[in-house]
Unconditional design. Structure first.
Length: 471
C-alpha cells in the first residue's frame, strides 16, 4: 500500500486526530508537516497477498534484469537526493548535511546490492556417489520495520539486499517519520520496480507492525529499534518459527588510553555522541579515559562540547538539531538529574524539542545516565586504571553494539578490540557503519548481521540437492 500524504497547514499539536491517521511534526518547530493515513490489519493482509504474487515473478526474472532495475532505482534516487534530504530535515530534524548523506547512502546501498545479484551463488560439495549442490533461494515476503532515528538508510539496509536476493519488501516506517519511505516507494515505481514488490505501510506499531510480525505470509522480520520492543518481536516470531534480524540498543564506549593522540581523541569525541543529537545506537556515550590522562583530556574536551552549534537543521552550519519528539525530550531530561555534575553547551529556547550538548562527570558507573541508553546528546566521562580496567568498564553493560579505542600501541589496539564484547569497533576513529562491512551487535544489542558482503544471503534459504551418479 502506498498512500500519498496530505500536507497540512500549521495544525496545533493538540488538535484531535483519528487513530487511522498519523501526524508528522517538524521537531525543530513543533509544526505539523503532514497527515498520513495509517495502515490497518486489513491493509497489511492485502499488501502481503499482492507482494507474494509480485515476488514470484521477481524471483523468476533473470538476475541481470533484477540487477539492472536496482541500478535504475539507485539512479532515480540519486536524482532526488535533495528532495529526500529536505523531507528528512522536515520530519526527523536531521541537519541538512547528515540528511544528504543519508539519502546518498540509499543510492549506494541499492548499487552495492545490485552488484551482488549475479554473484549470489550456491556451492558444489564433494560427496561420494554423486554430485551435491546448494541453491540460495529467496525467502518470499520480507517485513522491514524501520526506526525514526535514521529513517532512510536503515530502511534501505533491509530493502536493498532483500530485493536483490529476489524477495518482496513491505516497509513499515516509524510513526513519526513516514514521509521519506513513502517517497522512496514512489521513486521505485518511477524506476520500473514492479508494482507491489516494494510497498510502504505507514501506521502504528501495535497495528501495522504487529500485523506484519504475526502474518503467516511474511517470511522474515527485520527490526531496528529498542531492545524492549525487539524482545517482543522476537517472541512473536519464535511462536511462528519466523526468521528475524534485530538491531537494538547500545551504550558504546569510547576508550582513550594515555598514550593516544589526546588532541585528536578530544576533537573527535563530541560528535561521536552528539551526531544526530545522540539518537544513535552507536553513539559513544561512555567516554572512558585512562586516569593519568583524565584531567588533560577534559581540558581539551570541554571547549569542544561548549562550541557545538545547535540550531535550525536546515542551516548548513548547524552541527546538531533537535530531538525527535516531546516524549524523547522528556526521557533525556529524566536522566540528567540536578545532583549530577555537568558541562553543557547551548540550545535554542524557541519552540522545538531542544536539548543542549551535555557531559556528565564524577558519576558512578552504575548510575542510570552511565549504564542505560539515554538516546540523546548526553555522555559520561569515567576514569580507568589500565587495560584490564578499561575492558571491565567497557563490558559492564547489557549492550554490545559498537565502540572505539584510541591508542598508538597496535598490540594494545588488537588486545582490547578482541576483549571488548561488541560487534563493531574502530581504532583511532568513531566510524561504525559502512555498507561494505557487516554490522550488528553482541548481547542485547541484537541478533544477526546486516550490510557487508553477506547481506543478500541473510534473505535466502539454503537448499541442498544431491544427484546420484551411480548406475
Amino acid at each position: 500500500m502506498n498512500r500519498s500524504h496530505r500536507p497540512s497547514e500549521r495544525h496545533p499539536v493538540s488538535d484531535a486526530l483519528a487513530p487511522d491517521h498519523l501526524r508528522v511534526l517538524n521537531p525543530a518547530t513543533e509544526e505539523t508537516v503532514a497527515i498520513v493515513p495509517a495502515a490497518t490489519r486489513d491493509d497489511v493482509d492485502t499488501a502481503v497477498a499482492r507482494a507474494a504474487a509480485a515476488q514470484r515473478a521477481w524471483a523468476a526474472a533473470a538476475p541481470a534484469d533484477r540487477a539492472r532495475l536496482l541500478r535504475r532505482f539507485a539512479a532515480v534516487v540519486d536524482g532526488h537526493i535533495e528532495e529526500l534530504a529536505q523531507l528528512e530535515v522536515a520530519e526527523a530534524g536531521h541537519t541538512i548535511g547528515n540528511a544528504r548523506w543519508e539519502a546518498g547512502n540509499v543510492r549506494d546501498l541499492l548499487d552495492f546490492a545490485a552488484g551482488g545479484v549475479e554473484r549470489l551463488s550456491g556451492r558444489q560439495i564433494p560427496v561420494p556417489g554423486g554430485i551435491d549442490v546448494t541453491f540460495l533461494e529467496p525467502l518470499g515476503v520480507i517485513g522491514v520495520i524501520a526506526p525514526w532515528n535514521f529513517p532512510l538508510p536503515i530502511a534501505a539496509w533491509g530493502l536493498a539486499p532483500a530485493l536483490a536476493a529476489g524477495n518482496a519488501v513491505l516497509l513499515k516506517p516509524a510513526e513519526t517519520t513516514p514521509l521519506t519511505a513513502l517517497r522512496l516507494a514512489e521513486l521505485a515505481l518511477e524506476a520500473g520496480i514492479p508494482e507491489h514488490l516494494f510497498q510502504v505501510l505507514p501506521g502504528h506499531g501495535a497495528v501495522a507492525g504487529d500485523a506484519l510480525v504475526e502474518h503467516p505470509g511474511v517470511a522474515k522480520i527485520v527490526f531496528t529499534g529498542s531492545t524492549r520492543v525487539g524482545k517482543q518481536i522476537m517472541a512473536k516470531c519464535a511462536d511462528r518459527v519466523k526468521r528475524v534480524t534485530l538491531e537494538l540498543g547500545g551504550k558504546s564506549p569510547n576508550i582513550v588510553f594515555a598514550d593516544a593522540d589526546l588532541d585528536a581523541a578530544a576533537a573527535a569525541a563530541p560528535m561521536a555522541f552528539l551526531d544526530n543529537t545522540g539518537q544513535d545506537c552507536c553513539a559513544r556515550t561512555r567516554i572512558l579515559v585512562q586516569r593519568s590522562a583524565y584531567d588533560r583530556f577534559l581540558e581539551l574536551l570541554v571547549p569542544g562540547i561548549e562550541a557545538v552549534r545547535v540550531g535550525d537543521p536546515a542551516d548548513e552550519k548547524t552541527q546538531m538539531g533537535p530531538l525527535i519528539s516531546r516524549a524523547q525530550l522528556d526521557r533525556v531530561r529524566s536522566y540528567v538529574t540536578d545532583d549530577l555534575t555537568t558541562v553543557r553547551g547551548t540550545a535554542p529556547e524557541s519552540p522545538g524539542f531542544w536539548y543542549p550538548p551535555t557531559l556528565v562527570t564524577d558519576v558512578d558507573p552504575t548510575a542510570p545516565v552511565a549504564a542505560e541508553e539515554v538516546f540523546g546528546p548526553v555522555a559520561v566521562v569515567l576514569p580507568f586504571e589500565d587495560e584490564e580496567d578499561a575492558v571491565r568498564l567497557a563490558n559492564a553493560t547489557e549492550y554490545g553494539l559498537s565502540g572505539s579505542l584510541w591508542t598508538r600501541d597496535v598490540g594494545r589496539a588488537l588486545r582490547v578490540s578482541r576483549a571488548v564484547a561488541a560487534g563493531n569497533l574502530s581504532v583511532n576513529s568513531h566510524s561504525s557503519v559502512r555498507y561494505w562491512t557487516p554490522f550488528g551487535g553482541y548481547k542485547q544489542s541484537g541478533l544477526g548481521r546486516e550490510l557487508g558482503p553477506d547481506a543478500l544471503t541473510a534473505f535466502t534459504e539454503t537448499k541442498n540437492v544431491f544427484i546420484s551418479t551411480e548406475a
